[in-house]
Design a protein around this ligand. Structure first.
Ligand code: F6R
Length: 612
């Protein structure tokens, strides 16, 4: 994610930038920094930690400047640290740059620069791009704008970058592809940022820069060009929003925003890894430890809460596609019951925050016993990520709403790719199915978008059932953990008692709860259990229960029996949870909202549970 801010004009730049960075901290806050130009002097200050820590660290330093760029980071390449914080300076010290995004082919470019004698102070892809630009500028004897244009033609990945240099002391050069950039137009001044929240208190006139555009920004001038050096007409828009709304990207709550971000976060997770055209899955963490997985006698998945539900889905996936026995453990139970851990066991830890104490201590003790630990983590550089022998990040961006949503689908995307990669390498997954599942996985972001296109039906259903005192969530196979997740979400956000059960297990007890007042949510998409779940729905209807179904678009049987239906597009059953969970996230959100609760900060909960 990362947040970026830039300013050129008549004001002092530093206070404008710092205030803006604080508004963008939801995009990441593991380190921050600024670069300021004053009388031909480039001053760069950066610090690990929140923006306020960087602000404190520069007290007494030379902060006078009318032009500057600032960055708040959510680490992707390189751990959170002072040296990996942005802005970065080029080898000559003449250029300063901030970047939001991922340069996928940075390793190859870095090799070329190393061969030319370049050295690197950080582990970031950003510093590689910056030195690449400087190298082009030097070799072609051209200006910064031209060098940037040439460099970007070779770059694979996503970026929003801002560059400044003492050579052109009033100018910020910016470019974007895939990562957002807004330019605010003031009188004799311009503001740049990842979203409008740092800009709105100064001006309501903004230009949203498009992909593959370069902007040259001076106090009195804004020039937009495409990568072919042709001028583009800036489309000036008027902001019609309150500051508070913008901080949440226009959404009423972070939870809703994060639910709606899922097409992008799942895409980001797959990007550069799921290479459908060549039939490859590129995951360094698995590649480097492939032997451990192929020869694993057993995989033990350790996690808590929503991450534990992702683990249950992984159990189905790995057993089916890789034929390795899997056990899924609550971290807190695993830690304290003196588990048997044998040589050849692989432990997969799943965690959004990477700081959950139960998971962390469970891993520490397993590591002491000689287990191989693989982390599936969202927060880069977190304790669990550091403790793991290998791992794969979910790249879902900072999750601020306490109830986990986009992190869950990020975990499922990573675990699906892992199962595909290991199954293929082990020979337990035939090539035709492997390729088919890759293609199916690639379509998931678009299908999530389809579900999110119109949420009014789910909002209506939430309103209808919001006063129920209990809910039952039922599913079979891959959709059973989705039923558990739907129940957990509803409990967290709306404080309604909800239970998740395997649909067939219902008749062994929970069916006694069913009466005309009990809403029963069936996760009943078209899969190999479909006929069975149809019978389970009938069993509930026969007892006058109210059935709310998550069904596959085009299905007529389940909708014919259910009282209310939320449709999702068709998908192979192994990856269907990436879709079927989305309506349940929305259902809990709308119920909680209708009941007037603080959905972003539900009572008694915390985002990162760092106590055992
Ligand atoms: C549920 C939720 C929690 C977390 C759990 C584990 O919405 O957010 O159940 O999933 O506390 O947290 P992580 O994944 O950070 O280890």
């Amino acid at each position: 994610m990362c947040g970026i801010v830039g300013y050129t004009g008549h004001r002092e730049a530093f206070p404008v930038i710092v205030k803006g960075l604080k508004r963008l901290e939801y995009r990441g806050y593991d380190s921050s920094g600024v670069a300021l130009l004053n009388n031909g002097q480039l001053n760069v200050y950066k610090k690990k930690g929140k923006v306020s820590e960087m602000e404190e660290s520069v007290i007494g330093k030379d902060l006078h400047s009318h032009i500057g760029i600032g960055h708040t980071r959510w680490a992707t390449h390189g751990e959170p640290s002072d040296r990996n914080a942005h802005p970065h300076q080029s080898q000559s010290g003449e250029l300063a740059m901030i970047h939001n995004g991922i340069i996928e082919n940075y390793a190859q470019i870095k090799q070329e620069l190393l061969a030319k004698g370049y050295t690197f102070k950080s582990d970031t892809d950003t510093e590689v791009l910056l030195n690449f630009i400087e190298d082009i500028k030097k070799n072609n004897n051209c200006g910064l704008e031209e060098a940037l244009r040439i460099a970007l033609k070779r770059i694979v990945g996503a970026y929003c970058i801002l560059l400044i240099s003492p050579e052109d002391p009033e100018t910020i050069i910016a470019a974007r592809k895939g990562s957002p950039l807004v330019i605010g137009i003031g009188k004799g001044e311009h503001f740049l940022a990842s979203d409008a929240s740092p800009i709105i208190e100064y001006t309501k006139e903004v230009v949203y820069v498009n992909d593959y555009e370069i902007a040259i920004i001076r106090p009195d001038e804004l020039i937009l060009k495409n990568l072919g050096n042709e001028k583009q007409t800036p489309f000036i828009q008027k902001l019609d929003m309150e500051l508070a709304a913008i901080e949440k990207g226009g959404y009423e709550h972070f939870m809703l925003k994060e639910i709606h971000e899922q097409p992008d976060t799942i895409f980001d997770c797959l990007r550069g890894r799921l290479l459908v055209q060549t039939g490859q899955i590129m995951m360094g963490g698995i590649e480097n430890n492939l032997d451990a997985f192929i020869h694993a006698q057993r995989i033990i998945i350790v996690a808590c809460g929503t991450s534990w539900h992702a683990g249950l889905i992984a159990e189905y996936l790995i057993e089916e596609l890789c034929r390795i026995p899997v056990e899924v453990e609550y971290a807190s139970e695993f830690r304290y019951r003196n588990p048997v851990i044998n040589k050849g066991d692989v432990i997969i830890a799943i965690s959004q925050s990477g700081e959950t104490a139960d998971t962390l201590v469970a891993l520490e003790s397993a590591k002491e016993k000689g287990a191989f630990i693989f982390g599936v983590v969202n927060a880069v550089g977190s304790s669990i990520a550091r403790l793991s022998h290998g791992g794969a990040y979910t790249h879902s961006g900072p999750e601020i709403g306490v109830a986990s949503t986009k992190a869950f689908t990020g975990q499922l995307a990573v675990l699906s790719m892992m199962a595909l990669k290991i199954g293929r390498a082990k020979g337990t997954l035939d090539e035709k199915r492997y390729l088919q599942l890759m293609q199916d996985l690639e379509t998931i972001p678009e299908k999530v978008k389809e579900i999110l296109n119109d949420t009014s039906n789910i909002e209506r259903i939430a309103e209808k059932y919001k006063d129920a005192s209990d809910f039952l969530f039922l599913g079979r196979g891959y959709n059973f953990p989705v039923a558990l997740e739907g129940a957990l979400k509803l409990k967290e956000i709306s404080y309604i008692h909800a239970e998740g059960y395997p649909a067939a297990e219902m008749k062994h007890g929970p069916i006694a709860l069913v009466d005309e007042k009990l809403p029963v949510v069936f996760v009943a998409t078209k899969d190999s259990y479909y006929e069975k779940i149809v019978s389970n729905v009938q069993e509930i209807k026969a007892r006058k229960g109210k059935v709310i179904a998550v069904a596959t678009t085009g299905d007529e049987i389940i909708p014919g029996m259910a009282d209310d239906v939320m449709f999702v597009p068709d998908a192979d059953e192994t990856i269907a949870p990436l879709l079927s969970v989305v309506p349940l996230q929305l259902l809990s959100y709308f119920v909680g909202k209708a009941k007037g609760f603080d959905v972003d900060k539900p009572r008694n909960l915390a985002k990162s549970v760092t106590v055992e």
